[in-house]
Design a protein around this ligand. Structure first.
Ligand SMILES: Nc1ncnc2c1ncn2[C@@H]1O[C@H](COP(=O)(O)OP(=O)(O)OP(=O)(O)O)[C@@H](O)[C@H]1O
Ligand SMILES: Cc1cn([C@H]2C[C@H](O)[C@@H](COP(=O)(O)O)O2)c(=O)[nH]c1=O
Length: 680
């Protein structure tokens, strides 16, 4: 069998709509950093003279920046889910432009504070609207790359803004002395004008961005208050989202502990301001490395596992940072800490974008932004008093003296907290229960798909079709089988439940609408029993013969219908099925994603026991299918089931084509010299 190569996907920036949004975001990020630099400098300039007043004035700007998120975050999220996101972003940009432009014109400290609060309030509407829009513009498999680019410009624009600010300050000084009319101007004036113009450019880009889906939430949506409560309920009630947010906040708290005490800790290690700067920079260098190289290196590892693992490692590293009294090692560990934080942040953002439905996304992102800021504020504020309260202690062991100060304690607490959160996230969200994490990790580092679970090592190829009722699985799996047979492949087309003798009986029990009293656990076990028989009698033998197996439904159906639909513990369903199948996982799962209200109306005849479940049941099933696909994008093809059948067929053929084995084995080619004729 020849190697199964993958076709190179196009870069996410080739997508014109995303490119436009990303450009707007980059310009805004540059503007935001310029804003922080210019406003803190202006506040300092306006209160020159007394060091204490000056410090308080600059601190006031930071407080004004944080405050609106705490107070207005929930409202902004509901706004992003309620109104047209393009209009929200466009209006926000115009408002930011006007407010920032007014700062150098008015030029008083009071107005700086008011304007900062106003700009931050507007930002609160812009950011969740943007975050919730990204998953609408890029395909699911490119969402991780899109988030990497977003984070890159958010932080990468900071040094560019710093250089620009310096240059614009020089321009400000020159203008002040050369143009009499501008003699009263503060040198930060040009920076603020450029900052305002950045928002105007973004307004233009957003206005001309046609790819954002239109929404008119004002017609039938509930009240804003109801929407806010609905958003909180959703975040608290959704297992995955709750796990992601707790994990990300844990990572934030750990980061806050470092920011809070880094200065005194570095000082205690004998480092000055330069060393403090290096430690600070190490966090960002690490984040960039984690986001780009870490995620690429571990691309075969389940994203849910990697999320928990990254936070756990970050926690352990933080404890090590607290205990190792060597500045060079501390800097190296800080890079690792940043890498873990970068990985966790990107995965968390990506999974939320994939998992959360469009109508809830704005509120979820906004909840995350607000709670992250509150956590950061709280931890940074509490870290130093706690460190001071603990004081400095020298532990003596014979001749050895080990210094353990308050800053060490804060870092240890932050590290332990992150470790606990990471372990909980790993357990809470693990989608490969029963499969050793270390084996998975080693395989991922080697760039291999985890061997113990995939069907990769068998000579054949295993493709499963999944989706809700009437999504088109039977139609498409039949068409795929015909297409493959046409190319000379030996194809076994099969389905669940009911492809074996025992299976046929089980299918009758499982789908008989009269069988009303069947318990959820019994149902899960019967499906698993059918699957065990199916794998042993049909699928495995065919794969070992080198056949291509196409199954209409497999394990994911149990995770979606019995796990999410019947609300059984997903770990239990996963374990039972891993045991029933001996860990056999398809090479490719095609998810035909169709809204249940569309799929159910396609079905003819009387509804069977499962089809007659209420719509909410089928909605939970659909959501779980999508979540499963999102957690392992490399192994799934998600197609929109509302597309015309021919278009779906083409998408499936394109993807299957990438992983097809050579129909004539290499040895036969060597002997006969024949070239296989594969039609596209
Ligand atoms: N893309 C499509 N657009 C419109 N109708 C479709 C599409 N795909 C399939 N159908 C029609 O929908 C009905 C159900 O299709 P199919 O039996 O393939 O779905 P299924 O997912 O296998 O259903 P089940 O859940 O019963 O197994 C059929 O009448 C089929 O012709
Ligand atoms: C494999 C499997 C199936 N189901 C449900 C899903 C459907 O309602 C029926 C199968 O009918 P189909 O027309 O053949 O698609 O069974 C399930 O609940 N759990 C499973 O594991």
């Amino acid at each position: 069998m020849t190697a199964r190569g993958r076709r190179q996907p196009t870069h996410v920036l080739a997508n014109a709509s995303f490119r436009r949004l990303w450009t707007a975001m980059s310009v805004c990020s540059l503007g935001d950093w310029l804003n922080i630099l210019a406003l803190t400098a202006l506040a300092g300039n306006l209160t020159q003279g007394d060091y204490r007043t000056q410090s308080l004035a600059v601190g006031g700007v930071f407080i004004a920046k944080m405050l609106p998120a705490v107070l207005l975050g929930p409202l902004a999220g509901a706004f992003a889910d309620r109104f047209d996101r393009r209009v929200t972003m466009f209006s926000s940009d115009l408002a930011r432009f006007a407010v920032v432009l007014s700062i150098p014109l008015i030029g008083s400290y009071q107005w700086i504070i008011v304007a900062t609060i106003l700009v931050e309030c507007v930002n609160l509407f812009w950011v969740p609207a943007k975050d919730a829009t990204v998953p609408n513009l890029v395909p699911k498999e490119q969402l991780e790359s899109a988030n990497q680019l977003n984070l890159l410009v958010t932080y990468g624009s900071a040094p560019i803004a710093a250089i620009l600010f310096t240059a614009l300050s020089v321009v400000g000084d020159v203008l002040k002395s050369a143009v009499p009319f501008l003699s009263g101007m503060d040198p930060t004036g040009p920076a603020l004008v450029v900052n305002a113009c950045a928002y105007l450019v973004s307004a233009f880009l957003i206005f001309t961005l046609r790819g954002i889906p239109k929404r008119d939430g004002a017609i039938s949506t509930p009240s804003v208050l109801k929407q806010i409560v609905e958003g909180w309920r959703f975040v608290g009630g959704n297992r995955l989202v709750r796990g992601l947010i707790i994990g990300m906040l844990g990572a934030f708290a750990a980061g806050g502990a470092v920011v809070g005490v880094a200065k005194i800790y570095v000082g205690a290690l004998g480092g000055g301001d330069a060393a403090y700067g290096v430690v600070f920079a190490a966090v960002f260098v690490g984040m960039a490395l984690g986001m780009f190289f870490g995620l690429r290196l571990l691309r075969e590892l389940s994203r849910r596992r990697l999320f928990g693992l990254a936070i756990t490692v970050a926690g352990v590293v933080l404890v090590a940072i607290a205990l190792v009294h060597n500045l060079v090692i501390v800097v190296m560990l800080t890079v690792l800490l940043g890498a873990c934080a970068g990985i966790a942040w990107i995965i968390g953002y990506t999974l939320i974008g994939l998992e959360v439905e469009d109508s809830m996304r704005g509120r979820t992102f906004s909840f995350l932004q607000s709670t992250a800021r509150v956590t950061l504020l709280f931890v940074v504020a509490a870290a130093n008093p706690l460190a001071a309260l603990f004081g400095a202690h020298a532990l003596r062991l014979g001749d050895l003296v080990y210094q353990f100060d308050g800053s060490n304690l804060v870092l240890v607490i932050g590290g332990v907290l992150a470790t606990v959160v990471g372990v909980l996230a790993l357990r809470h969200m693990d989608d490969r229960k029963g499969v050793s994490l270390s084996e998975d990790l080693i395989a991922a580092v080697r760039g291999e798909r985890p061997q113990s679970e995939t069907a990769e090592q068998v000579p054949g190829l295993f493709v499963a079709f999944e989706g809700g009722e009437g999504s088109g699985k039977t139609t498409q799996s039949r068409l795929l089988a015909i297409w493959l047979r046409d190319q000379g492949f030996d194809v076994v087309q099969t389905r669940e439940p009911g492809s074996t003798k025992v299976g046929m009986r089980l299918r009758a029990i499982l789908l008989d609408a009269a069988e009303r009293g069947l318990s959820a656990r019994a149902e899960a076990l019967l499906y698993a029993a059918d699957r065990a028989e199916h794998v042993e009698k049909v699928i495995r033998p065919a794969l070992y013969r080198g056949s291509l197996v196409i199954s209409d439904r497999y394990v994911d159906s149990s995770l979606a219908y019995q796990g999410a639909g019947r609300a059984l513990d997903p770990d239990d369903v996963s374990k039972v099925n891993a045991w029933a199948t001996g860990g056999l996982v398809p090479h490719l799962t095609v998810l035909i994603d169709t809204p249940p209200e569309v799929g159910l109306t396609r079905l003819g005849g009387a509804a069977d026991r499962i089809e007659s479940e209420p719509l909410e049941f089928h909605e939970r099933v659909r959501k779980e299918f999508r979540t499963l696909a999102a957690a392992d994008p490399g192994r799934y093809l998600v197609v929109d089931g509302t597309l015309p059948p021919e278009q779906i067929t083409r998408l499936i053929q394109d993807r299957v084509h990438e992983i097809l084995p050579d129909p004539v084995p290499q040895e036969s080619e060597d002997i006969t010299g024949t070239m296989p004729a594969i039609r596209d």
